[in-house]
Design a binder for this molecule. Structure first.
Ligand code: AMP
Ligand code: MG
Length: 398
């Protein structure tokens, strides 16, 4: 059995990023750029007005004011003028409208009074005021974003301002999820004796959705039969980069996932990690497909998603991921009775004195209800002992 840190190191050393491809901008959210983005154009492409105002020629303001300038016309945003500003005239100009040839200064409407078709100006503006030069935002040739940068909405908006519709990124992996277990029934179906509803499918899919990942279509839980598991895994070989399974990964008589990996000619990268919950976790690779086998108990699935799935997915996406973490103060006493590293769901409260961790009471790997309301985990070394209130523990947010 390996430690959590060893498992993390193995993931980092063995899971590599996928090749880059062009992905449409909205879909590239959260993905790392596979190349630097060099601006192909100036933004904006023309000098324009920062304000609704009047545009004038600064040198027309002779002597002391007030100055009276006849209005030549109005320029709206989107309109390109072909004429020039007449001597000692002004134009009305709207925010974002191109500056008329000959004008060099803009005075906001608030500082102008109008008398019929004339603008009256009482104070001398400063030269070039409120003029947005060409390339004010981005200059052609400028390196706007570095390769490796993770695209968030601001960068996606900036790429769109360059006219781009897609970006070359490391795409999100194609992920599928399936539950195993002959006892597992779809929610909505009728329960029969000995059966339980599938909580893992909904849990995993929404954890993935929360992180911005889409999953392939829903599958009904796979029966604990070697051929059924083999068929399902083989299907993933063609279409997926990562499959996350739950159940059938331990040492029971019907835990067929490790056997299926072997049958497909795959390689188990690790199996069993010294953590509680989640000990039977398995990572395997079959050709291009990664298989993360999480044990069936739902709290183990939650912990396994956070510890392993997120790390594997980040590696596939070429992203240096680390959970948000802190040192937290325990809000109550805890009894530890496991020689493995214990990962306990906790509500992490931010207070002026730091983070207070309220651990789940009655956490057991099967009791999903025990972690309702938690938003993270605390990590407590194994042993048989009491850990007292106010002890500092490592905490990570989900
Ligand atoms: P396994 O890892 O297959 O030995 O399953 C461990 C425990 O988790 C058993 O009590 C299973 O019934 C339960 N379990 C497995 N899969 C699910 C699931 N999808 N939803 C809820 N409980 C499950
Ligand atoms: Mg099972």
């Amino acid at each position: 059995m390996i430690s959590l840190n060893e498992a993390r190191k193995i993931i980092d050393a063995s899971v590599n990023k996928r090749p880059g491809i062009a992905v449409s901008l909205p879909d590239a959210l959260g993905c790392a750029l596979d190349e630097d983005v060099i601006a192909p154009i100036d933004v904006p492409q023309f000098p324009s007005s920062r304000m609704d105002g009047i545009a004038l020629r600064f040198s027309d303001l002779k002597g002391d004011g007030p100055w009276r300038l006849p209005l030549q016309r109005t320029i709206a945003a989107g309109e390109m003028t072909s004429d020039s500003l007449l001597p000692v005239h002004a134009v009305k100009i709207m925010t974002g409208a191109p500056l008329i040839d000959g004008a060099d200064t803009i005075v906001p409407l608030e500082e102008v009074t109008f008398e019929g078709e004339q603008a009256l100006l009482h104070q001398r503006p400063s030269k070039k005021s409120s003029v947005r030069p060409r390339g004010d935002d981005i200059v052609a040739g400028q390196r706007l974003l570095d390769g490796g940068a993770v695209l968030e909405p601001i960068s996606i908006g900036a790429l769109a301002s360059l006219g781009m519709t897609s970006a070359r990124v490391i795409p999100r992996p194609r992920i599928t999820v399936f539950s195993t277990g002959s006892e597992i029934i779809e929610p909505g179906e009728k329960l029969s004796p000995g059966k339980i509803y599938d909580s893992n499918d909904g849990l995993l899919r929404t954890l993935l959705a929360m992180d911005g990942h889409r999953t392939a279509g829903h599958r009904v839980a796979i029966k604990d039969e070697p051929s059924a598991i083999l068929i399902s895994l083989r299907e993933c070989l063609r279409s997926e980069d990562l499959v996350i399974t739950t159940g059938a990964v331990s040492i029971g008589d019907f835990d067929f996932i490790p056997e299926a990996v072997f049958q497909m000619g795959g390689k188990v990268i690790f199996h069993r990690v010294s953590i509680k919950p989640g000990k039977p976790t398995l990572l395997a690779r079959v050709n291009g497909l990664w298989i993360l086998g999480l044990p069936g108990n739902p709290v183990g699935v939650l912990v396994g998603y956070h510890l392993f799935a997120r790390r594997i997915i980040a590696r596939l996406m070429g992203i240096n991921w680390a959970p948000r973490s802190a040192s937290a103060t325990l809000a109550c006493d805890l009894d530890i009775d496991s020689d493995r590293l214990c990962i306990i769901g906790a509500r992490l409260e931010e207070t002026p004195d730091g983070i207070i961790a309220h651990p789940a009471t009655r956490q057991e790997s099967n009791r999903l209800s025990s972690v309702i309301g938690t938003d993270g985990f605390i990590f407590v070394d194994g042993g048989t002992r009491a850990v007292s209130k106010n002890t500092k523990v490592h905490a990570e947010w989900l």
